[in-house]
Design a protein around this ligand. Sequence first.
Ligand code: ADP
Ligand code: MG
Length: 448
Amino acid sequence: MNTRTALDIWETALGEIQLQVSKPNYRTWFEKTVGLSYQDHLLVVSVPNTFVAEYLDHSQRSLIEKTLIGVLGSSEVRVTFQVNGLHQTANGYGKFLPAISHHPGLNPGYVFDSFVVGETNRIAYEAARDVAANPGKSFNPLFIYGGVGLGKTHLLHAIGHTVLSRNMQVTCVSAEQFTNDFVSSVRERRTEEFRAHYRNLDILLIDDISFLSGKEQTEECFFHTFNELHNSARQIVVTSNQPPSALLLTEERLRSRLEWGLVVDVKPPDLPTRLAILQAKARQKGADVSTDVLELLAEQAKQNIRELEGSLNRIVAYAKLLRASPTREMAELALTSVAREPPAVEAGTPALLLQAVAESFHLTVDDLKSPRRDREAALARRVAMYFLRRETGISITQIGEELGGRDVSAVTHAVKKLTTELETNNFLKRRLADIEKRLSSPGRPASP
Ligand code: ADP
Ligand code: MG
């Protein structure tokens, strides 16, 4: 088993999935997932909670498996989801862990070594290092806040890894998970177990505290947990998208406690930091991406490191799909398809494209969409898929739909096949040139 490979496989798949589902959908269900292991065609993916596990299992399985088939080029692949991964159930895979997880649930990639320090996150980084080196004796609590995708969770987990390596008791949960755990412990009459778990910690890491807003009972429970830990000099670290002063908490007492220690922020990274981050991520992935491509990505994604990473994943996925090394053109294509959300392609574009392809092959658009499997129609269809992929921002799923309901793996396969065919087939090259001409001057016949 190779964890590195599982991480990469899943990252690449995420790059593809990001193109196929809406942004909110991606955020909610895919964003916090990590590839854990890959063995005997079984990919284990760590997910933050049982809701995500169940949703992905029931509603996104076919998309995920099709994407993985594309990524791995093997149809045998299966996937299973594990809540906060790093554990495996006694009887193997596919079972979810109980609600109160007694393991820290840390993303293996979120360590200090992989965190790139720049002017906009230096103070947060130094504070996190300090707390990790002296938990309970440094700033307590440490409160890290800032916008989405700026490294708060990364720093939180990095603290967790450091402390864990010294055999201390760590729990890292999102406020959402804390809430769910609390609620189910009440329902299942396990509040004693719940309290005992939290009371015995050396360090409690709470992600996205603002989730507690308006949940009075959970807030109160957290308040007591906080006090118990703080009174016995145990460390608490909290992240938030807002400073304590802006949190909508029922308990004023809780807010003031959150301000007791040190409050630090992370800001959007400057250009040199963005470039450094991309270089580090590309290296981690073992992806060979030239500096000018990385510069292009760094210039585009300004606000958010997650997007920066997303664009890198996407271009690596594109390159893999096209079996080529990433170029600036590919980066531009990958980036425009992100910028278009919802796809800003004029409604007519895919239709015009199909028209041009059909005409060039002396077929009709209906032929392209039909189940016809003869060589001519199949080739024209592949060309159409290739063009839709190259020229429009629409997803693989949509391309399949445009062409009469072909599935994702068929489209992925067709695009790959055509790319290979193009290397040697002069007839095809002429067809493509012909179609391009038709597209640049629609309405006029391009070739005899
Ligand atoms: P937040 O919790 O602030 O929304 P995350 O910690 O989840 O953001 O970061 C989003 C992504 O960006 C993660 O993959 C993380 O590893 C990466 N990232 C953020 N900041 C840095 C950094 N300074 N160096 C390297 N990677 C970073
Ligand atoms: Mg976060």
